[in-house]
Design a protein around this ligand. Structure first.
Ligand code: OSB
Ligand code: MG
Length: 368
């Protein structure tokens, strides 16, 4: 496929409710949206970097400049046979996997559309719907958290994930567990604890959680390995894993027993699939994470989650939990905790351009 041109937008979409994690409060989701054009077709993807580097180190500013000034000019105006060839061309770029994922995913969408096949089919997926849970941000009170958890359980979500931070953990989790009975409950600390807080971590270990996500520092697998050796509850890494090599090392050293795969964090679908395969070789389950994506990124996540070893519910819940209106035309809604995989070519979703224009802050066209 010859890549004719690209369009980069900075989009800001208001969240229905603020989302609070250990690293901050989000009231709007601001993201980079990339559209790639080739031979009358179009592919799209969104980046998962934030304005401030509080989840990982990449930023929207850095990614926009890398894509606009360096990466896109080096791939536009040329023919690319498949995603592998495109990414081999960019293999000299160190890090910046969120920025690279934005291009890689848009290219997969475009390429699958040119083959007239759903993205899940070209990725090798085996499911027409995927199991999903919800990720509940830090709330104002334990009562409010229990109420929200019960509501989502009643809607059929297959797992409840609770954001925690020091001081908002054992008592809150115990109350939610008591209210939910057998439904799997997990926690995500977003790197807010250290081994110095081992007493709290040991208390969390007694609560029957399905797993504990990224308790320790965003870039520290060694301390996670020390912690896992002391805990019965499996640890799951998110921030620490940006590649299949990271996943191999983490599983080898016992830093985790399962992996949260976010295609936007790891450089795209090729690397996400490699992580999926490495984890399978270790008999470690994987699940599909989310970064509060709009319908564009959400659709990519849903297609990826159709691969065989995505055996735990993912974070790609209904779009209507996040937005009054999404930037795509199709609804992405769960029923009974299952999200149907869009059936059209590529991601199977179409931009709602008039609405997108109203939430676009900047827009640049890039040509070769
Ligand atoms: O750590 O998984 C995370 C959202 C933003 C940044 C990091 C994370 C999250 C979530 C939300 O947990 C998942 C979602 O609903 O998209
Ligand atoms: Mg996480």
């Amino acid at each position: 496929m010859r890549l004719d041109r690209a369009e980069l937008r900075l989009v800001s979409l208001p969240l229905l409710k603020p989302f609070r994690t250990s690293f901050g409060v989000m009231t709007d989701k601001t993201f980079v949206l990339l559209r790639l054009f080739s031979e009358g077709l179009e592919g799209a993807a969104e980046g998962v970097m934030d304005v401030r580097p509080e989840f990982r180190e990449e930023t929207i500013g850095g990614a926009l400049s890398l894509l606009q000034d360096t990466v896109l000019p080096s791939v536009l105006g040329q023919d690319w046979a498949n995603p592998e060839q495109l990414m081999r061309h960019l293999s000299g770029i160190r890090g910046n996997r969120m920025a690279l994922a934005t291009l890689e995913m848009a290219f997969w969408d475009l390429w699958a559309r040119s083959l007239n096949l759903p993205l899940s089919t070209v990725l090798g997926g085996v499911r027409s719907e995927v199991a999903v849970g919800v990720s509940l941000g830090i709330q104002a009170s334990i009562e409010a958290t229990v109420q929200s958890a019960v509501q989502h359980a009643e809607q059929g979500y297959r797992r409840i994930k609770l954001k925690i931070e020091p001081g908002w953990d054992v008592a809150m989790v115990r109350a939610v567990k008591a209210a939910l009975g057998d439904l799997p409950v997990t926690v995500d600390a977003n790197a807010s604890y250290s081994l110095g807080q081992i007493n709290t971590l040991r208390a969390l270990d007694t609560l029957g959680l399905d797993y504990i996500e990224q308790p320790l520092a965003w870039n520290d697998m060694r301390d996670h390995a020390k912690l896992q050796a002391l805990m019965h509850t499996p640890l799951c890494l998110d921030e620490c894993i940006t590649s299949a090599q990271d996943a191999r090392k983490a599983l080898e050293m016992g830093a985790c027993r399962l992996v949260n795969i976010k295609v936007g964090r790891v450089g795209g679908h090729l690397e996400a699939r490699r992580i999926h395969d490495v984890a399978a070789a270790f008999s470690a389950p994987v699940w599909c994470g989310g970064m509060l994506e709009s319908g564009v990124g959400r659709a990519h996540n849903i297609h990826l989650a159709t691969l065989e070893n995505f055996t735990k519910p993912g974070d790609t819940s209904s779009s209507s939990r996040y937005w009054a209106r999404d930037i795509i035309q199709e609804p992405l809604e769960t029923s009974g905790g299952m999200m149907p995989v869009p059936t059209g070519a590529g991601t199977g979703v179409t931009l709602d351009l008039p609405f997108l224009d109203t939430v676009t802050r900047t827009r640049v066209d890039v040509t070769s």
